[in-house]
Design a protein around this ligand. Structure first.
Ligand code: GLC
Length: 756
């Protein structure tokens, strides 16, 4: 047993360390005390209107980026409001000069000089565009997401933005819903890991740094459970499902340090989230101890009237504010009604002060009080605050790692760069729809298209032909004939088809999740030529693939990959990089199967794999229950085999751990990156449990002809679920366990959790 008391020879060093730590701690608390003192003295001097002004956020007058309905008040009126302390900040306004002017008015020309905060929807990049978040989630590398969000924050903060309305952490299990593209898919664990990583990336190590951005996990909560996948639609969730599926990514984001959160448009079982006290105060503050502030989604407070949850603006403001939404975005309702509501006593001054205190503390943490103009100055000519080339390289790396190989019959891929005549066909070969939804700003470096990248990669560019074949949602007169001719003249077809940017994202739900018919017709015509086809899907959601698309010899899911779309696809097509992505969402067989997700319940009449013809079972009469490609699925350029599963001990002690090992053998001739996934299934509990739940994953390199061992450790915490009392619960019992390459199959074992 080593002595924990340092020997004499070490005493001075240890003492020095101890004293230093003590000083740092006391300096921090002193700083916090000074900051709190400044804030409290401000609050004591603020009028009610100035207090409400700190809770009022707007898109800037005139220049409305991405929000066409924004109140177009005049620039003069806006400056007057800033000087009167009636505005806390702006979102989605571009340019440093406008921000400097507004900050000047706030800090130098208002009574109390409280700085503004500038926000933006920085979702997947700013000047450099990274893959859409759902595509990036296919990397199954939260650390990668931390790097791309950090790069995004470096770029956006150089334009004066210090607050992003991201990460979107909504679980999405219905592919018809357009906003799944902004999140990390259907699974609780994967989404939680990406949520935390994206918060860390945006906020960085220290919020007071000029390149730090306040993160805003959104949309709190349950937004992705909209009935019918119809955006903004009713959400009717049990509290258990809300707590077990939809809340954990938010908790992960807050545990990672997020200090703002955005309340959602949707109701949950009759109570709109934006005025849901049980959610915004009971859970968020009472259970989770959240210390930041809640900002409404765009006019979500005013929409309480449309919901039929408030008779008018006054009642909407009252209900939203008393429920726990601190800041009102865009409606102006708080400025219009809170002073009167406070005067009448319907809104306690203490509640108003709490909200103001939260906002001012965050502004303080961002360093806005100490240096309100820091980051708003122009860079000296020829300099930038970030390494643009490094960001482009990161964009290419992230794009490569987001690509999922679903099929590669006869090892058609990788293609050769020489001697192969390639017909690039489809509406996404060129410069359109490379960025994906939620790129509300312009001014990016020119992205690289598939056509340009292929031409650049080929030894003889003349071997590449390009033919559009079809428009995205309409036929192209003569397009198919021309494309068929190009296919006949080629050795291989690369078919770039799918969805345009506007077919996913906000207010972009689709009732059908197939490739639009004109493109399907094109794919079928190309398939009929008998030429080998590589399908490149451009998509913001899981798609139901059929006929010529489904039957192609090779299929790559390429989402919206951003600035480096072309080079990343070329890297994979020609084998300069191997595909390593895995699906973060299940790809169903048919649109009628959605909502489709792997961690579904058994039901009392589950389909029985060994009795598929049994009737009176939970299955459609016209479709299988299986996914076309399951959650977690993806191929590399070499086959791998999972083997040698070892699980021990057979009985997991209540306070013990379980070791799970497996070996992954690469039986091919190229190295692969494999994502080993660990799932559990609880055979019987006091609440029904999903057939499987992802509990761990590990991305490993498996060298050609070699093998790599993976090891996981489980404890009873991994077996937790929400019990009948709606509390986290663990119960002894029998569990299944799988280690494998997706949510289907894998090496199977069982174990027992012993009673405590
Ligand atoms: C939109 C979105 C939200 C976004 C906000 C500001 O309606 O729902 O995600 O951050 O308005 O643009």
């Amino acid at each position: 047993m080593r002595s924990c008391v340092p020997s004499l020879s070490q005493a001075p060093r240890a003492l020095l360390l101890f004293v230093t730590a003590l000083c740092l701690a006391s300096c921090a608390s002193l700083h916090r005390g000074v900051a709190d003192g400044r804030i409290e003295s401000l609050i004591a001097r603020m009028t009610v209107e100035e207090k409400v002004g700190q809770l009022s956020l707007y898109a800037p007058a005139g220049e409305i980026v991405g929000n066409p309905q924004a109140a177009h008040q005049s620039a003069e009126r806006e400056l007057a409001d800033i000087r009167a302390g009636r505005i806390t900040g702006f979102f989605n306004g571009q340019g440093l000069e406008a921000k400097r002017r507004a900050q000047q008015a706030a800090v130098k020309e208002s009574r109390l000089g409280i700085p503004l905060i500038f926000a933006a929807d920085i979702i997947h990049g700013f000047r450099t565009v990274f893959p859409v978040p759902l595509g990036e989630a296919a990397s199954w590398e939260p650390a990668l997401a931390e790097r791309t969000t950090r790069a995004s924050a470096e770029e956006a903060s150089s334009d004066g933005f210090r607050w992003t309305f991201a990460p979107m952490v909504d679980i999405a299990r219905d592919a018809r819903w357009g906003r799944g593209v902004e999140g990390a898919g259907e699974d609780v664990l994967l989404s939680s890991r990406f949520a935390a990583a994206r918060v860390r990336g945006f906020q960085g190590p220290d919020l007071s740094r000029p390149d730090a951005m306040l993160a805003t996990p959104k949309h709190f909560a349950g937004y992705g459970a909209a009935e019918g996948g119809l955006d903004y639609n009713t959400v009717d969730l049990s509290e258990r499902t809300l707590r077990e599926v939809y809340l954990p990514p938010f908790k992960a984001a807050i545990d990672a340090g997020a200090l703002s959160i955005m309340s959602a448009f949707n109701e949950i079982s009759g109570i709109p989230s934006n005025a849901n006290r049980a959610l915004l105060t009971g859970i968020l503050r009472g259970e989770w101890g959240f210390k930041g502030f809640v900002v409404s989604d765009y006019t979500a407070d005013e929409e309480l009237i449309a919901h039929g949850f408030a008779a008018d603006g006054r009642e909407a403001a009252k209900r939203a504010f008393l429920a726990g939404t601190d800041v009102s975005m865009q409606s102006g309702l708080y400025m219009r009604w809170l002073p009167e509501l406070v005067a009448s006593g319907e809104v306690p001054m203490e509640r108003l002060d709490d909200a103001v205190r939260r906002v001012l503390r965050v502004k303080e943490k961002l360093g806005l009080f100490d240096a309100p103009f820091r980051g708003l100055e122009d860079d000296p000519p020829g300099t930038t605050r970030y390494d643009a080339a490094a960001h482009q390289a990161l964009a290419r790396e992230a794009a490569r790692r987001s690509i999922v190989l679903l099929k590669n019959q006869g090892d058609l891929l990788p293609l050769s760069k020489s001697g192969t005549r390639i017909a690039l066909i489809g509406p996404f070969a060129g410069m359109s729809d490379l960025f994906g939804p939620w790129m509300v700003f312009r001014g990016q470096a020119a992205p690289v298209s598939i056509e340009d990248a292929l031409r650049g990669a080929l030894a003889d560019p003349s071997l590449l032909s390009v033919s559009r074949g079809s428009n995205v949602e309409t036929a192209l007169p003569g397009g198919i004939d021309a494309a068929v001719a190009a296919a006949r003249a080629a050795d291989v077809v690369v078919l770039s088809i799918g969805e345009s940017e506007k077919m996913s994202g906000e207010a972009s739900s689709r009732s059908d999740i197939e490739v639009p018919q004109p493109q399907q017709d094109l794919a079928n015509a190309i398939a009929a030529t008998g030429k080998p086809v590589v399908v490149l899907l451009r998509n913001g959601r899981a798609l139901a693939l059929k006929q010529g698309v489904r039957d192609a010899r090779a299929i790559l899911v390429t989402w919206f990959l951003g600035s480096q779309t072309g080079p990343a696809i070329a890297d994979i097509l020609f084998g300069d990089a191997s595909p390593s992505g895995r699906l973060p969402v299940s790809f169903p067989q048919t649109p009628g199967q959605v909502p489709y997700y792997y961690s579904h319940k058994r039901t009392g009449r589950p389909e029985l794999a060994d009795h598929p013809d049994l009737s009176y079972r939970a299955r459609y009469i016209d479709a299988t229950n299986e996914a076309l490609y399951p959650f977690g699925f993806g191929l590399g350029y070499a086959p791998v085999r999972y083997e040698a599963l070892e699980v021990g001990p057979a009985q997991l002690a209540w306070n013990g751990t379980l070791s799970v090992k497996a070996r992954i053998a690469n039986t091919g001739h190229r190295d692969v990156e494999e994502t080993a996934q660990l799932y559990i299934g609880n055979r019987a509990a006091s609440v029904t449990r999903p057939v499987r739940e992802l509990k761990a994953f590990r991305k490993v390199n498996v060298p050609a002809g070699g093998a790599t061992e993976v090891e996981f450790t489980l404890s009873r915490r991994d077996l937790e679920f929400i019990g009948q009392d709606l509390q986290p619960t663990v119960e002894p019992g029998q569990f299944d366990l799988w280690v494998g390459p997706s949510a289907v199959g894998g090496l199977h074992s069982t174990f027992v959790l012993a009673p405590g």
